[in-house]
Design a protein around this ligand. Structure first.
Ligand SMILES: [Zn+2]
Length: 522
């Protein structure tokens, strides 16, 4: 052996020692990825004194981010859930809203609607849902592509909330079909429900709640005034459906326990992921708003349900083997009338009035015709064929419509497709939020933002803006490799995927724009 070769060999030996992986805590066996649908960050503060279970455990022992936000303008369920474990904004993930106008089919499609798939376990023949419209990978997909045996399962009342965090290679996504009162999936995942889901459906758990009254969590007996009842036509507000009561969340928790046990989660060669989204908070919140006692009540009940789920998983997997990450998909605005009563800005705007303004302005300027193919309060799709046949400049058509909308009261901003494509937006967080929300093949031609606290809904309240009441959500990690503490720096929910990827030693998802929150990794 020559001297040079000996030197080279000893160099490689040294390099190998340096390249040994850093010693850190053992990897978790299960990632429990939780979304509470429509859970504002301030619900952690406002109801803190009544949290003594799951949320309390996260707040006391976890890494708690106090200023976590969504970056995109459309703060809605599909976008929150697609962002959560992909780290991708709509501009990359293609999930621009809960639903959008599909120019190719001329139909409005949901973020997960998939005509190629059929529902499994519900009304036979119903169309199914799948993650096919999600263009990027999730943390679960990356684990799967890495090749170790991992199980990835998503569950929620809503199809999009079960499907989008779980990703393309998920072993299953399950949601609740209120037509059949069954847990269902789609042929994208499998041809038949697994035995344990069929078993759960056969138990008809929903029957427990027929005619039930939702009483305050601390009611001494059932003479207390209920928030709503499952019987229509009484003088108490009708809950509307199981999903709009705390019992919807209870069913999700029950399903999650069954999934952990039956799918043997936490006992595979690779890390497993259970993505759970609690939907009922959103239905309740829309109906009554963040300042109503019913929201406080369901928040406190969510704390208890989380505690129950954590205890079950600890018992199955042993304590310290589960990495929990919890967030919300969006916040919510106060009810406008509640705001007005306390001298805060806010009010209700008319979507049809706005639509008519656009139609009138275009007809006045360019002549009669069906200029709008589709529109909602915050976006509009123009008739490109008509624009072409009139040999018009699409940018000019957009401008005329934008000017008409901008002249309306309480409209804060209007951006056009051409402005977003050219990056001609105001250089602030809101301008950036619209850029991050724009995906050319799916987005509309006009983007409308109302002033803070104004809503296009006739009753109740809603979300969907880049204002803090919609973007600011909880973000908490707890478990192996997590350094507990309170972290006040402003972070994005987009950082979750990069952080999990770093903790799990796996490739960062394809469209992730987040940073690794290395301050919480030990
Ligand atoms: Zn939502």
């Amino acid at each position: 052996m020559t001297r040079a070769r000996r030197l080279l060999l000893s160099f490689f030996a040294a390099a190998a020692t340096f390249a040994a992986p850093p010693e850190h805590a053992p990897k978790p066996k299960l990632v429990l990825a939780i979304v509470i649908d429509q859970f504002r960050y301030d619900y952690l503060l406002r109801f803190r004194s009544n949290y003594n279970s799951g949320l309390a455990r996260l707040l006391e022992h976890g890494a708690v981010f106090t200023d976590a936000h969504y970056l995109q303008a459309a703060t809605v369920t599909a976008v929150g859930h697609s962002t959560f474990l992909s780290g991708a904004p709509p501009s990359v993930s293609g999930i621009i809203a809960n639903e959008w106008f599909d120019r190719e089919s001329g139909q409005t499609v949901t973020s997960v609607f998939d005509p190629k798939s059929k529902l499994v376990g519900g009304v036979p023949g119903s169309p199914g849902s799948s993650p096919r419209r999600l263009l990027t990978s999730t943390v679960g997909d990356e684990l799967k592509m890495q090749g170790l045996e991992s199980k990835i399962i998503g569950v929620s009342i809503k199809d999009r909330s079960a499907i989008l965090p779980a990703g393309h290679m998920a072993d299953g996504a399950y949601w609740y079909d209120s037509d059949s009162n069954h847990w269902v999936t789609s042929t994208y995942y499998r041809a038949e429900l697994p035995g344990w889901v069929r078993q759960l459906n056969d138990e008809h758990g929903y029957q427990r709640y027929l005619g039930a009254k939702w009483l305050p969590f601390d009611a001494p007996d059932d003479s207390a005034k209920p928030f709503c009842t499952m019987t229509a036509g009484t003088d108490v507000r009708y809950c509307g459906g199981l999903e709009a009561t705390p019992w919807g969340n209870e069913m999700i928790e029950e399903f999650s326990e069954r999934a952990v046990a039956a799918e043997n989660l936490g006992h595979h060669a690779g890390v497993d992921i259970l993505a759970v989204s609690f939907s009922s908070n959103d239905y309740v919140g829309h109906a009554v708003g963040p300042d109503d006692p019913a929201v406080r009540d369901i928040s406190i009940r969510t704390d208890r349900l989380l505690g129950k789920l954590f205890a079950f998983i600890d018992q199955k997997l042993g304590a310290g083997n589960t990495l929990v990450v919890l967030t919300a998909d969006h916040g919510v605005a106060p009810v406008p009338e509640v705001n007005q009563a306390r001298n805060m800005p806010g009010g209700r705007l008319s979507e049809t009035r706005l639509q008519q303004k656009i139609i009138d302005a275009l007809a006045r300027r360019f002549g009669p015709g069906k200029w709008l193919l589709n529109s909602s309060a915050t976006t509009a799709y123009f008739n490109l064929e008509l624009i072409r046949s009139h040999k018009l400049d699409p940018a000019e058509v957009e401008r005329v419509a934008a000017d008409a909308v901008a002249a309306e009261d309480h409209i804060a901003r209007v951006y056009t497709r051409h402005e977003l494509q050219a990056g001609q937006v105001q250089q602030d967080a809101i301008g950036r939020a619209f850029s991050l929300g724009f995906y050319s093949p799916r987005s509309g031609d006009l983007f409308i933002l109302q002033e803070p606290y104004y809503l296009f809904d006739a009753t109740g309240t809603s979300h969907g803006t880049p204002y803090n009441y919609d973007t600011h959500v909880p973000l908490i990690f707890l478990g192996p490799r997590v350094k507990p503490g309170v972290y006040a720096e402003k972070v994005a929910v987009n950082d979750v995927a990069a952080t999990l990827a770093a903790m799990l030693d796996v490739q960062e998802p394809a469209g992730s724009i987040g940073r690794v929150l290395r301050e919480v990794i030990q």
